[in-house]
Design a protein around this ligand. Structure first.
Ligand SMILES: *Cc1c(COP(=O)(O)O)cnc(C)c1O
Length: 526
């Protein structure tokens, strides 16, 4: 049988992306789109509203004198507006999303279906406990599996993100020290490669932060740690696997040294994805660790949310955990809401209610659908995929730690770009033209011009090859002196290079009509 090759060409058709400006601002079938306030007007809304029959006295005399100025769109206009905007976003449902440290894996639709079951989705946080038994049972079982997977006796489910979990962990540690008359301990030790949230959290709780040096091979420098472990130290915060994508080989010794001076071992567990089912942090001497449910147990979390960061706690810290937590008895499940009676030592609470219920459901669905063997395979495949990327790219790019395998992410520095006049940022921007979201750049700070790639376990070999082929082709272009391709990139994005500093420092958060804009007609007109 003859097979016709009718597939799409895998190589770009033009050697250099053409910077071609259209007359409309659109790019091919990608529509340019104005702000909704610029598009809409009340003369063409899809609904007819009765003029409001309100007596001004109902509003304490506070009546509007000018038009409200809200945009009005017909249904097809509203639909197109949001679909056009959505097409300007990258998403894990479009392509590989290699942001290191972010674990952008596929989010199974099963999770979404479960989270939308009315018994979970429509539950009010103040519903009577007798009507919320199923939800409480799910929280109890989720807590059970988190404790089982980490070999830790307690978990605080309520923190709403990884960073919030760090705050919960350090507040628990602070409460424990104070209860033991050790409230004078002022210092938290953090490795130089740490995620920025670690020192920020310690400072937020009121601790002073000191850095622990890193060895040549990207791990905690034990000698430096030992020198800095004084009686002033309240806790260390260590990420494992660390942000260089490496397992802290001396983790047991790190825990032993820390406990020897009466300090606690906080582990940043954002990278649990790499070891779930293989290693139990409780066996490593960890006292507290947050688990990013949105990363390891998959909830869509691009664009800053939502998150859930439950914190598992050791025997020593469990009495100081915040409320609420679920207990079961002969009358079913209940939430312990007050730390006054049942855990007088607890430091209070992190959130108004019980935490992110929708994410608890997603994480639980993910655990049950994977099972013990499946979760172990998550870690194994995540590590295998990262090592595949590391091996394929090491021919052209320079791995920051070339010796030995990595864990779930492959880290490169920019030494391979030396002499090209092309920076990590330029290279990342050129990736956009090739249809890939850039990797994490310039983090961790300990590696010059860092490029941190986390493919996750949900990418197939074909996708990994497509990605690696594109990066290898770009790397060759960089070394061949094709500087324009990089310095001008992205050529094909809706917007080109933005002044990101200006955008962060002086964001435009309000919209004002251009002087020429016609004010919308008043609501109650005609
Ligand atoms: C993602 C991450 C965090 C912060 O988690 P959020 O849920 O974004 O607050 C902390 N540490 C590491 C290593 C991370 O990767």
């Amino acid at each position: 049988m003859t097979m016709l090759n009718v597939g799409r060409p895998t190589q770009p058709q033009t050697a250099v992306p053409v910077a071609h400006a259209s007359l409309t601002g659109a790019r091919g079938l990608l529509q340019d789109e104005a702000l909704i306030f610029e598009l809409g007007g009340w003369d063409k809304t899809g609904v007819d509203l009765e003029p409001a029959a309100l007596d001004a006295s109902d509003l304490a005399g506070l009546t509007r004198e000018a038009p409200i100025g809200l945009p009005g769109l017909s249904e097809p206009e509203a639909m197109r507006h949001y679909v056009r905007l959505s097409q300007k976003n990258h998403a894990i449902d479009l392509a590989l999303y290699p942001l290191g440290s972010c674990t952008m894996k596929h989010n199974p639709r099963l999770n979404e279906k479960m989270a939308r079951l009315p018994g979970f989705a429509d539950l009010h946080p103040l519903a009577p406990i007798s009507t919320a038994q199923g939800a409480l049972q799910l929280m109890d079982e989720l807590a059970h599996w988190l404790k089982t997977m980490t070999a830790m006796p307690a978990v605080a489910l309520s923190p709403k993100a990884g960073a919030h979990g760090e705050l919960c962990g350090l507040l628990t540690i602070k409460a424990a020290h104070e209860a033991k008359g050790q409230g004078h301990r002022r210092l938290v030790l953090v490795p130089t490669s740490a995620h920025g949230t670690n020192p920020a959290t310690a400072a937020f709780v009121g601790y002073d932060v000191a850095e622990i040096a890193q060895t040549e091979d990207g791990r905690v420098d034990l000698a430096d740690l030992e020198a800095k472990l004084t009686p002033d130290v309240a806790a260390i915060m260590v990420t494992n696997p660390n942000t260089c994508g490496l397992f802290e080989r001396d983790v047991i010794e790190i825990g032993r040294l820390t406990h020897a001076v009466g300090a606690y071992f906080y582990c940043d567990g954002a990278n649990f994805n790499a070891i779930v089912g293989r290693v139990r942090p409780g066996d490593l001497g960890v006292d507290a660790m947050h688990i990013n449910l949105h990363k390891t147990f998959s909830t869509p979390h691009g664009g800053g949310g939502p998150g859930a960061g439950p914190v598992v706690l050791s025997e020593a810290l469990a009495p100081y955990a915040p409320a609420p937590w679920v207990v079961s008895g002969p009358d079913g499940f209940k939430l312990v809401e007050e730390t006054i009676d049942e855990a007088a030592a607890g430091f209070g609470r992190m959130v108004a209610f019980q935490g992110q219920m929708g994410m608890f459901v997603r994480a639980y669905a993910y655990m049950l659908s994977h099972g013990t063997d499946g979760l172990r395979q998550v870690a194994e495949d995540a590590v295998l995929n990262a090592n595949y990327v590391k091996a394929r790219l090491s021919g052209v790019m320079s791995p920051a730690f070339p010796d030995g395998p990595c864990m779930h992410e492959a880290l490169f520095d920019d030494s391979w770009l030396e002499g090209t006049d092309i920076t990590t940022l330029d290279f990342a921007k050129a990736m956009i033209d090739e249809g890939f979201h850039p990797m994490t750049m310039y983090f961790p700070l300990v590696v010059h011009g860092a490029m941190l790639i986390e493919p996750t376990e949900t990418e197939s070999k074909q996708e990994l090859d497509r990605f690696c082929d594109a990066l290898i082709a770009l790397a060759h272009a960089a070394k061949a002196g094709d500087v324009d391709r990089f310095k001008g990139a992205p050529y094909l994005a809706p917007l080109r290079r933005l002044d990101e500093t200006l955008a962060a420092r002086k964001p435009k958060l309000t919209w004002r009509p251009e002087p020429t804009t016609v004010a919308p007609a008043p609501l109650a007109a005609e």
